[in-house]
Design a protein around this ligand. Structure first.
Ligand code: MN
Length: 314
């Protein structure tokens, strides 16, 4: 089980309080963007297979720097890119080249190894669209069955939207309120983008754990209030959830899945199971091992991996 992890990083088994818990995200900066990192968080590495959630917006909205993330590698995870505003160009070591816009999803599965770059596309001055990128960059840990396998990239424009009465949800991955996304993942997973006014009740899978990340307004989940920048953690066992926002339309992401069965180790852009695997991935990127991380077409500079703290200098 993934489940709660104590301060020593050990999984606390059999401790299911069934309470919804709130964790504070922390600020970070990636490629010119101001980031609120809400997962991983204190005591929690995963929610279902989700192991990383960055909410991105410009560090300075009045004078935004463009998002520019040069070529960098991943292993053992799928990246899920979801924009609220703006446009970005994805290029990767498979030769993919794809512009992503709000309402569309990029799913990139690393397996044994992939590299990619992300570059904001600025619309022309006559274009009414947003002149900055706002969105969510999320990772799914891959299970042992697929994490050493081939890399893949797919782009999706036909994600279902379900009417919830006082609002709607777009289903990125999995099933919600009778609608099923065609996006395939290698672990039972759900991900949805809600925009509601007032209160809605939604059936959820009681075998899944879930988390809620408000984007622009506080959200009440059952009787627990979650503010933007926080993550609300919902344990397994709930078969429905009540979401409520006050004073206008509120947007939030809900993620979830079957609790991940394996303890993962994350370092930099890698998801693995131990330091040996992480060290090998660092060496392979540092040595420009193109069998593992093929070149990426991008005008941006390649990002060097920092030396893992546990690796001694030669
Ligand atoms: Mn990346």
């Amino acid at each position: 089980m993934s489940g709660p992890i104590d301060d020593q990083g050990e999984v606390v088994r059999g401790l299911h309080t069934l309470a919804i818990e709130v964790r504070e995200g922390r600020p970070a900066e990636v490629g010119g963007m101001g980031i609120r990192r809400v997962l991983p968080t204190k005591g929690r590495r995963t929610v279902g297979p989700w192991c990383f959630v960055d909410l991105m917006s410009p560090a300075d909205v009045a004078n935004p720097d463009p998002m520019e993330v040069g070529p960098h590698p991943h292993i053992g995870l799928s990246t899920v890119t979801w924009l609220f505003e703006g446009e970005a160009l994805h290029t990767d070591s498979l030769g993919s080249e794809q512009v992503i816009r709000p309402g569309e999803l990029n799913l990139m599965t690393a397996g044994h190894g992939i590299a990619h770059a992300e570059l904001e596309v600025r619309p022309g001055s006559t274009d009414a669209r947003a002149d900055y990128v706002k969105g969510a960059q999320m990772w799914l840990a891959q299970p042992d069955a697929t994490r050493h396998g081939p890399s893949q990239f797919s782009h999706h424009q036909d994600l279902p939207i379900v009417d919830l009465g006082y609002g709607e949800a777009q289903i990125l991955i999995g099933e919600l309120a009778g609608a099923l996304s065609k996006v395939e993942t290698d672990w039972p997973t759900v991900g949805a983008d809600f925009q509601i006014t007032g209160s809605v009740d939604t059936a959820v899978d009681p075998g899944f754990e879930h988390a809620v990340a408000p984007i622009d307004r506080r959200v009440k989940v059952n009787d627990v209030i979650i503010e933007p920048g926080e993550l609300g953690l919902i344990p397994t066992g709930y078969d429905s959830l009540r979401f409520e926002v006050d004073g206008g339309s509120g947007r939030f992401m809900m993620i979830g899945g079957v609790p991940f069965p394996t303890r993962i180790q994350m370092w930099w852009n890698f998801v693995a199971r131990n330091r040996e695997e992480l060290t090998q991935a660092w060496h392979d990127w540092d040595d420009r091992n193109e069998d593992r991380f093929a070149p990426v077409a991008s005008r941006l500079e390649r990002i060097d991996a920092p030396r893992p703290v546990w690796v001694k200098e030669d």
